[in-house]
Design a protein around this ligand. Structure first.
Ligand SMILES: [Zn+2]
Length: 594
């Protein structure tokens, strides 16, 4: 194992915690509950006035309408007859106007004095890094494994902290024909288990790469066949909110503007304008990142309970199931995370999974936004009952989640995949791919490589390819098995160009005239004018966009040119001729009469 962490002497302080009964939950592993070290409410007492957000619960009684309340406060959990929620000051005033029997609770991140490390070593992964140590660790990953790891930024937080992301893949600096997978954690800054798990996952994958063991070969395959993005900390201001950069004690759910980032995205029902304007810095950064990438599958880690939550998060009354078009796929893939996971399987949800809306309705959440606007398959995974637990529980969380983390990534290698190219240029086409009878479900091709990854369960499908300016096609009887994805490359043909609009925007240095005569049989003259030296090509295509003749393909001087086109041997009908000079291009149509 390639281990870049130094072995500097760090006293392993045993973090001692009391047996704490959190509202509605208990820390169920008694081996982590030890004798009292710090009075449990010390932090809470000394910092109560500092907290810019309120944590509270109220009984879920008849007349308590979560469809309304979800728009007023940030609902966090519905369990054992109680609704748990967070509110900033403004929301707190609003919610207190309603008669809800509100009981304010100690903030979940005020319960422990966390063991922190200021070096980039994590040793036994049973502590949290300071913010500087975190940044250093991310940098170390990239510098220690430059061939398979690159450090990138998603953007900046409100307080100008970096939102870092690692790309892990073979040929890491290239865009390859590989599905992109994204793990991101702690957009709720006080939900910190996923933060450490993702750092450890990165360390695990990178150090296992190329090892000639069963584990090593699995990690190698995942790195070779996927483009993995890992963002351990999506809301750094929240995580280090009240501790400066030095501690995760008193971390907050919200960002520095006291906004819940997982209620801040465009929403297919309540906020349908998919624009950056008016959103938090962290949300804007994430929206830009998602737009630049073509993420096939992702998971967004949280804490507070134990469950994989899948779309939709709304669309039915809160508490009722709201199935998305890929409901069956989401159930199966969510189970691929939960079924081998002792934490999730021992939580309060059947098989450790839930439909989002059936649990409680959320508007402006990330997973629905990704699915609706990017065709990506995202889930929200709640890892552990305690949002911001002592570091001593983290090693067991890794043990219990490791198989899930790997198996979940491997799901992106199933289904249907391929490359979509232009029939004439062979260039990638920015296409949208639908599965027939799955209304509302789609995936995009990657604009750099043209690859797409359509995640579907085993079965036989009709696959529909569409792209602006191209003829749509359906490929029937595509059979998918429960193994690696079936490959279905596809070539698309341009549809007739609107001549008027093509001419409207043309610069003066390229002039393509209408052919004469037109209609014609069998010959016609195509003329054009060139105002500067350029590489010129003039090609003729049939109505499907298939090239039938290349008339010119050379460097030419400025001047007027006349080229004869002979349609003998071609069937009658509409043809297109396209002139390209450097980056300029113009297309017109002509009619061959027979
Ligand atoms: Zn959360």
């Amino acid at each position: 194992m390639k281990n870049f962490f130094d072995n500097s002497l760090i006293m392993k302080v045993i973090l001692i915690t009391a047996i704490i009964y959190l509202p509605g939950t208990t820390i169920s592993e008694s081996k982590y509950t030890q004798s009292l070290f710090t009075p449990v409410n010390t932090l809470s007492d000394s910092n109560k006035t500092k907290f810019p957000e309120h944590y509270f619960r109220f009984p879920l009684k008849p007349g308590v309408d979560l469809n309304v309340l979800t728009h007023i406060v940030s609902l966090d959990n519905v369990e054992n007859g109680f609704v748990y929620a967070f509110a900033n000051e403004e929301q707190w005033i609003q919610i207190n106007k309603l008669r809800l029997e509100i009981e304010e609770l100690a903030h979940p991140s005020s319960l422990y004095d966390h063991e922190m490390r200021s070096t980039h070593t994590i040793m036994d992964w049973d502590s949290y890094p300071t913010y500087a140590a975190y940044r250093n660790m991310m940098w170390q990953f990239a510098s220690s494994y430059p061939d398979i790891c690159r450090l990138d930024t998603i953007g900046y937080s409100v307080q100008n902290r970096l939102i870092l992301v690692l790309k892990i893949s073979d040929n890491v600096s290239e865009n390859e024909d590989e599905p992109e997978f994204f793990y991101t954690s702690s957009m709720h800054g006080d939900e910190t288990v996923g933060y450490i798990l993702l750092l450890r996952l990165a360390d695990y994958l990178l150090s296992q790469y190329g090892q000639n063991t069963t584990e090593g070969m699995r990690a190698t395959r995942i790195i070779n066949e996927l483009e993995i993005w890992v963002n351990p900390l999506a809301n750094p201001d929240g995580t280090y909110r009240l501790g400066g950069d030095t501690t995760v004690n008193n971390a907050t759910r919200f960002n520095a503007n006291n906004k819940d980032l997982n209620r801040n995205f465009p929403d297919r029902i309540s906020d349908t304008n998919n624009v950056l304007t008016g959103r938090e810095a962290e949300t804007q950064a994430m929206m830009r990142f998602a737009s630049k990438r073509n993420i096939s599958m992702s998971a967004n880690f949280h804490g507070g309970t134990r469950v994989v939550n899948y779309p939709w998060d709304n669309g039915a009354p809160s508490g009722q199931y709201s199935a998305c078009p890929d409901d069956a796929w989401f159930i199966e893939s969510s189970l691929s995370y939960s079924l081998t996971n002792p934490d999730l399987m021992s939580g309060s949800f059947i098989n450790g999974i839930t439909n989002g809306c059936e649990w409680y309705a959320v508007f402006g959440g990330r997973q629905d936004w990704i699915y609706r606007w990017h065709g990506g398959r995202e889930t929200t995974i709640e890892l552990w009952d305690v949002k911001n637990p002592p570091g001593s529980v983290l090693p067991q969380r890794w043990t219990n989640n490791k198989e899930s983390l790997l198996a979940y990534m491997e799901q992106t290698l199933k289904g249907i995949r391929g490359i979509v190219t232009d029939a004439v240029t062979s260039q990638p086409v920015r296409a949208k791919i639908f599965i027939r009878n799955f209304s509302g479900s789609y995936v995009n091709t990657d604009s750099f490589t043209g690859d797409y990854h359509c995640l579907v369960l085993p079965g036989t499908y009709g696959v529909i390819f569409t792209a602006p300016g191209y003829v749509s096609d359906t490929v029937n009887n595509v059979t998918v098995e429960d193994s690696i994805a079936i490959r279905l490359n596809h070539v698309m043909n341009r549809i007739p160009t609107n001549i008027t609009s093509a001419e409207a925007g043309m610069p003066e240095d390229l002039r393509l005239a209408q052919n004469y005569p037109n209609p014609f049989n069998p010959t016609t003259i195509i003329s054009y004018q060139l105002s500067m030296i350029n590489y010129v090509s003039l090609n003729v295509y049939d109505a499907l966009g298939k090239e039938v003749e290349a008339l010119v393909n050379e460097k030419q001087n400025p001047g007027t040119y006349q080229i004869e086109f002979d349609g003998s041997g071609l069937p009658g009908g509409v043809y297109f001729y396209r002139l390209t000079a450097g980056e300029l291009t113009e297309t017109k149509s002509m009619m061959l009469l027979k």
